[in-house]
Each structure stands twice: as structure tokens, then as C-alpha cells.
Design a protein around this ligand. Structure first.
Ligand code: PMV
Length: 348
């Protein structure tokens, strides 16, 4: 089947989990449900160009260009991704692809680009699928695009929509699924509108332990079963918090989730630490500031040393002053990124 278009472009953001996904089984099936804020400024833009292929030396014919430069080093990862999705998008064997991609956030800043990058690529491929199957509903398109993104980057399946996305089956969340992310379906208090996230870049060095290895260490982990139960419980607790806009409870739940994620790392076998001394200094400063001002600012962490500072839009001016004056000194090269909650990927 020949397609009329020859390229498609998408912009897809990163996301930050409030309830963390840590531990998986099968092919990227989460051990517990998670929920994230979709970001707005931290995003990947990908242009996928394609033509019928003539060279069949390898299973797939693809080329990766990052910031205008050919990057063969990234290609094995995409070959592996294609191997996983081939069954669901069989046309990928028939085309020669050029994946031209750029990230809005600085290179090697320690911000994972896999969620935004793989979701952008999944959406481009799904756009080809849509051209072949124009009868496909929007709901089906979104589900399958998130499903495909999940096979590339687990947490990437939460980047397509916004402002809040749930991934992983949960009895209280209608429509939730282990195989794709869904937009959070319930009422959210206006205090969470345009919620702010400033990402403090504490350490841009390579992580000593990758997420893949970290997830695997949850197999046979002494506290795994109770952690997975706790995540289910925490998501149930978050539903009324989001509805009522109870920021005190939001702050304690979100910070507890971040510290629990890192506690799982500290108690893995072998154990490891991804936080850096400055991560703790920042946490301490945030707690001090919150005590002194009663502004409901809190932190969360990903699988790394960087700190995400979360706060309501109405406190933006004060908190951003605090970040510039008191927190930026703990960032590598004084770098941080002001971001806020966004609505997901867009077709360009
Ligand atoms: O999607 P992965 O395999 O990079 O795992 C990401 C896990 C965390 O960022 C630590 C938590 C999450 O839910 O995003």
C-alpha cells in the first residue's frame, strides 16, 4: 500500500510521575499503577520521513538524526523498539525511515528524553497507520499510540495526553489499563491548573544504574509486594485530594512517593544511590522554605539526582525567586528549567 504523505511530525512532552512506576514484568507491564503530570516545555520534536525501501539487508531500514547530526549510536535501540512493535504495525518492515529529532531541553542534562522521544516516534508511526485505516476512531488512535509508546519507554505511554495520565489497572480509575495510559477521568480542582514544575539539574553525569536495571531489581526485592500495594493505595488516596484541591495532603503524598522510590533503590540487592548530596540539600531548603512561608511547594524525584519542584501557579512569583536565590546554587552550572503542566502531544 503506497502512502500519499512522505513525512509526519509530532511534538511530545516529557512527564513527571506523582505516583511512581518502579518494577515491571512481561513486556513493559507495570507492577503497579502510576499517575503523572504531563509537562509542557520539556519536549521532543520528531519528523519521521519514509519511503518504500529497496535495501533489505536488515530487519528494518532506519536512520536516526539528533539535532541535525546522524547518530548511529541510537539506532540499535530503535531497531529493538521496531522489533517489539512490528507485530502491531507490520508495515514498518516495508519502509525506509529517517527519524529526525530534537529535544527542547539541553543535551545531556540528565533529563530522560526517552519518554518524550519514544512517544513522539510512536505517534508518527501511528499517523501512517491512520492513513492506512482512516476509519480508526480517535479513542482507538490514542490507545494504540500509547500502547506503542509503552513498548519503547514504559513511562512514555503517559506523555501523549494531559494534564494527568494514569497507567496501570486500578479499580477506582475507570478505563485504566496496564497496556496504555489514559487521561485521568475525574474532577480536578482548579488549584492544579497550570501547576508549576521547575526541574533543578543537579547532576548531568551518566547514572550509575539505569532504569532498566533498577526495575529489574524489584524482582525478589524484600519490600516489593508492600510497595506495589502501597502505590495502589496511594492512587486511591490521590483521587479525593485532586478533587478537593487539598494541597497539604498532596504535598505529603507526592514527597512520600519520591522518597519511597529512592528507598527501593537503597534497599535493592545490590543497593544503589542515585541522589547526590545537593539533592538532599535542596530537599532540606524546600522544607525550610515551606515551614517559613506556608507556601505548599514540594519536591519529587525521578530515577536520578535532579529535583522537580512542584507548586501552584498562584505562588509562581515567590517560589521562582526562592529557586533563583536559594536553590540554583545547588544545580550543576546553575541550570534549571521552568516548566508547567501541559496537555500532551501535538501534530505539527
Ligand atoms: O519508563 P522508565 O523505564 O524510564 O521508568 C521510569 C520510572 C520513573 O521515572 C522513576 C517513575 C515514573 O513513573 O516515571
Amino acid at each position: 500500500q503506497a502512502l500519499k504523505t512522505q513525512s509526519v511530525s509530532y511534538e511530545s512532552p516529557s512527564n513527571i510521575a506523582l505516583i511512581k512506576y518502579w518494577g515491571k514484568h512481561g513486556v513493559q507491564i507495570p507492577k503497579n499503577p502510576s499517575i503523572s503530570f504531563t509537562l509542557n516545555n520539556c519536549k521532543t520534536t520528531t519528523k519521521l520521513s519514509f519511503e518504500k525501501r529497496t535495501n533489505f539487508d536488515e530487519a528494518y531500514d532506519l536512520k536516526v538524526i539528533l539535532d541535525g547530526k546522524h547518530k548511529p549510536g541510537f539506532e540499535p535501540k530503535i531497531h529493538q523498539f521496531f522489533g517489539r512493535i512490528d507485530e502491531y504495525l507490520p508495515f514498518i518492515k516495508e519502509y525506509r525511515f529517517t527519524i529526525d529529532t530534537t529535544n527542547s531541553f539541553p543535551h545531556s542534562s540528565g533529563i530522560a528524553s526517552s519518554a518524550s522521544g519514544l512517544s513522539a516516534l510512536a505517534l508518527c508511526l501511528m499517523e501512517m497507520e491512520r492513513e492506512m485505516h482512516p476509519e480508526m476512531s480517535l479513542k482507538r488512535f490514542n490507545q494504540k499510540a500509547s500502547f506503542i509508546a509503552r513498548l519503547g519507554s514504559g513511562s512514555g505511554c503517559r506523555s501523549l495526553e494531559g494534564p494527568l495520565v494514569v497507567w496501570g489497572e486500578h479499580a477506582d480509575i475507570e478505563g485504566s489499563s496496564d497496556v496504555y495510559g489514559v487521561q485521568y477521568p475525574y474532577e480536578v480542582h482548579s488549584v492544579f491548573d497550570h501547576y508549576q514544575d521547575t526541574i533543578l539539574l543537579v547532576d548531568k553525569g551518566e547514572k550509575p544504574v539505569s532504569s532498566t536495571v533498577g526495575h529489574n531489581l524489584m524482582h525478589n526485592h524484600a519490600y516489593a509486594a508492600s510497595r506495589f500495594d502501597q502505590a495502589v493505595e496511594n492512587l486511591a488516596l490521590l483521587v479525593p485530594i485532586l478533587k478537593e484541591g487539598n494541597l497539604d495532603e498532596f504535598v505529603s503524598l507526592v514527597e512520600s512517593e519520591a522518597l519511597t522510590l529512592h528507598a527501593m533503590m537503597l534497599t535493592s540487592k545490590p543497593y544503589f544511590i542515585l541522589m547526590k548530596p545537593n539533592t538532599l540539600k535542596i530537599i532540606d531548603k524546600i522544607w525550610e522554605y515551606r515551614r517559613d512561608t506556608s507556601i505548599p511547594v514540594c519536591f519529587t524525584l525521578d530515577a536520578g539526582a535532579n529535583v522537580h519542584v512542584l507548586y501552584p501557579k498562584k505562588d509562581k512569583e515567590a517560589v521562582q525567586e526562592f529557586i533563583k536565590n536559594d536553590l540554583s546554587i545547588y544545580c550543576q552550572d546553575n541550570r534549571y528549567i521552568f516548566d508547567n503542566v501541559g496537555n500532551g502531544a501535538i501534530k505539527l
